[in-house]
Ligand binder design. Structure first.
Ligand code: ATP
Length: 276
């Protein structure tokens, strides 16, 4: 074994070629999205690091779902650069590497939780030879979202929060590298919200998964490693919760957000006055 420490590269050393582990999970530059006749995302530039939880926060209608749809490749009229796991967003090889949970739970009401997961597992990993692996993955995904005791209940008889956890379990089946979760904690009681955030942190820490989680509840921001703060289709900040609080002299991320909104409004007003 060679224990010699490698010399640090000098200034003239070429930058290492990006590898799977060094490319960010998401890289956007000049990202613009139009829906109908409106521009709903304007020139966004940001990166989402791998293996961390990035919160996408902003008021209702600011464009969080649109950005998530662009990242998973289901949004039309996307221009600018948008790379996901090193590939252009929407590329076919990304399909099995991304788990996406929309705001509306997508489960079959007339199947039990286990039958729902068996169905999606059979699509992801078909064939008789994979039966044991599928059974293991289904049981693990149900346990991940804390629904083991309800595994044989019909999805149609579950509460809204339970149904959205079944959707999350479906997304966890293929052990995706990137999980894109659109408001996963809406309608959950505080205990379930806490448990779900604990699960998100386990997925990042133990499996190295990258999570992009949207919310319009600012107290959830404190649970993220990084934050993308949005307002009216623009990015107000891309930073850690701590750096945001320090930079704005705020005690909470909510206060920091309001400070940044005021700052952006002042800048816009000043810009208009200069033009006049
Ligand atoms: N099909 C559509 N055609 C035109 N505009 C749309 C369409 N769907 C959404 N929009 C607009 O795009 C903007 C962004 O919507 P989006 O759903 O991305 O916001 P959001 O931040 O996810 O909101 P919420 O937190 O309420 O889910 C909104 O102003 C919305 O009115």
């Amino acid at each position: 074994m060679n224990n010699r420490r490698a010399d640090p590269p000098g200034p003239e050393a070429p930058a290492p070629a990006p590898t799977a582990s060094t490319t960010p999970a998401v890289h956007a530059d000049g990202l613009t999205v139009r829906r109908g006749t409106r521009t709903v995302l304007r020139h966004l530039g940001f990166t989402v690091p791998r293996g961390r939880i990035t919160g996408l926060l902003g008021p209702s209608g600011c464009g969080k779902s649109t950005l998530m749809r662009a990242i998973v490749g289901t949004q039309a009229k996307v221009t600018g650069t948008l790379e996901v796991l090193g590939l252009p967003a929407g590329s076919a090889p990304l399909r099995s590497r991304i788990g996406y949970v929309t705001q509306a739970p997508s489960v079959y009401a007339d199947l039990t939780i286990r039958q729902n997961l068996d169905y999606f597992a059979a699509i992801l990993d078909p064939g008789r030879a994979a039966a044991d692996r599928r059974h293991h993955n289904v049981t693990r995904a149900i346990a991940d979202v804390d629904l083991t005791s309800h595994a044989d209940s019909l999805a149609g008889n579950l509460s809204g929060g339970q149904r959205s956890r079944v959707s999350l379990a479906v997304a966890l089946l293929g052990t995706p590298e990137l999980l894109v979760l659109d408001e996963p904690t809406v309608g959950l009681d505080p205990v379930l919200r806490r448990d779900l955030w604990a699960l998100f942190h386990r997925l990042a820490a133990d499996r190295g998964a990258t999570l992009l989680v949207s919310s319009h509840v600012m107290d959830e921001a404190e649970r993220c490693h990084r934050l993308l703060l949005m307002r009216e289709g623009e990015l107000l900040a891309d930073d850690t919760p701590e750096a945001l609080r320090t930079r704005t002299g705020a005690e909470t991320v909510e206060e920091a957000f309001l400070h940044l909104v005021d700052e952006a409004t002042e800048q816009r007003t000043a810009g208009k006055e200069t033009v006049r």
